[in-house]
Design a protein around this ligand. Sequence first.
Ligand code: C5P
Length: 236
Amino acid sequence: VEKTEQLYEGKAKKVYGTTEETLCIVSYKDDATAFNGLKKGTIMGKGAINNRVTNFLMQMLEKEGIPTHFVEEVNERETIVKKVRIIPLEVIVRNIAAGSLAKRLGLSEGTKMKRPVLEFSYKNDDLGDPMVNDYHILAMEYATEEELSVIKSYALKINEILSAYLKDANIELIDFKLEFGKTTDGTIVLADEISPDTCRFWDTVTGEKLDKDRFRRDLGGVEDAYQEILKRLLGE
Ligand code: C5P
């Protein structure tokens, strides 16, 4: 499989076509943005870490029965994935209140939710990814009823698998964002990434933040936090 033309450039990744009709290559960048692109920076080594962490977790989820777009890691920052049509939703799962949920409901960060909370945003930079519910999703045909039900059940199952897995590495899964896509044969698969860019990870003992909030909130030690996640998960 050889890389061909660039199909898309996002804030943290580029996607290339390949000589194989049904495959793409994702290339992870060190660029970091926050607050819908208002804050920009570079996190040295981030691309390579997010590539490794995402692939590791996706392979783990595949073994647990979740279909993903993962095919094969090509090098430090590039991976072959199945070509999908991205469903234009950010699927957010929360176990502990933080970030926008803490703000919206007036909760202090760290408040444990009695059960997981599932949220959807419509992926649209110009609109700032507005939150939507099932009714918007179906009325706007962002997904069909059947797709939405599959997405919800995968998201909650992924939360259970990941939370338990990360706990063994002394990482508390506070919340995270997923994206799903439809492959050329119509299967819904987990796509995009699962990394410190898209999850909140807190040390189970100290509560230390080991994710992109260190960049968003200028807490320092950003690179070290990403490195620590890589080490705890892959031993590197
Ligand atoms: O900002 P908020 O609290 O809504 O974020 C919830 C979770 O979703 C966090 O883990 C954050 O990293 C992730 N997220 C994301 N991309 C976005 C918005 C949120 O990865 N555009």
